[in-house]
Design a protein around this ligand. Structure first.
Ligand code: MN3
Length: 247
């Protein structure tokens, strides 16, 4: 629950950002979506790559140190660099948020789409993980809402895992909050994500799983299902809960 002072501050902040977004040529609906996201979400991801919140070997044995180092310093770093290059080339205002950009991504080049998505997805992915925990699972309202939405925590895991296992080629599986505020599972191709106006799956991503081969191939080769099954021990449910509570 916000007090009136915070609400007024949020309103003024959002109004300011809406003005900037309108200057980019986004539609009123897109601005409303960007503002709806900003109003309720705590995550604000800069265009620069942020420090990895743990060591490269911190996620072993599920994800090996070499995979993490290459993934973070090569793949993810390149998305951030290419995003900044595209933002400059395509005249994105300096104070545009990544969420605003994603909400109007259809206005920009494929380079922007791939790299803005790639950057957001990886920054979230790193935060979505922590070192191995046996019997890893959420608690409290998040757990009860997952159980109510999907039948049980195991049923949720199966459905989320299947979204990743069945994604043909490269992409992501997601747990999102839809526009109707309901929890939902889905998948996006390549570096698309549910914040993009071009995405069929729309909502705010709480948990994302990278199923590109670069995320697992060194250790698992073609065994994507094994990577996904082992990944569940790494999910940072405290972070996911925090995101969920910010609704
Ligand atoms: Mn990746």
């Amino acid at each position: 629950m916000k007090n009136s002072g915070n609400s007024r501050r949020d309103f003024l902040l959002n109004t300011g950002k809406a003005g900037i977004a309108l200057g980019l040529g986004l539609s009123a609906a897109e601005v409303a979506m960007a503002n709806a996201n900003m109003h309720t979400k705590t995550l604000n991801i800069p265009f620069d790559q942020q420090p990895l919140p743990y060591a490269y070997n911190a996620l072993e044995p599920s994800i090996d140190a070499m995979t993490m180092e290459i993934h973070y310093t090569k793949h993810a770093a390149t998305y951030s660099k290419n995003l900044k290059d595209a933002a400059q080339a395509e005249g994105v205002a300096a104070n545009t948020s990544l969420q605003q950009l994603l909400a109007g991504i259809s206005k920009y080049s494929p380079k922007m789409r791939n790299n803005a998505g790639g950057h957001f997805n990886h920054e979230l992915f790193w935060k979505n993980m922590r070192p191995h925990t046996d019997g890893n699972k959420p608690s409290g309202k998040l757990l009860s809402d997952i159980e109510a939405s999907f039948g049980s925590f195991d049923a949720f895991k199966t459905q989320f895992s299947d979204a990743g296992k069945n994604r043909f080629g490269s992409g992501w599986s997601w747990l999102i909050i839809g526009p109707d505020k309901k929890l939902k599972i889905g998948s996006t191709p390549n570096q698309d994500n549910p914040l993009m106006d071009i995405s069929e799956l729309k909502g705010y991503p709480l948990l994302g799983l990278d199923v590109w081969e670069h995320a697992y191939y060194l250790k698992y080769q073609n065994r994507r299902p094994e990577y996904i099954d082992n990944w569940w021990t790494l999910v940072n449910w405290d972070f996911v809960q925090q995101q969920y509570s910010s609704q």
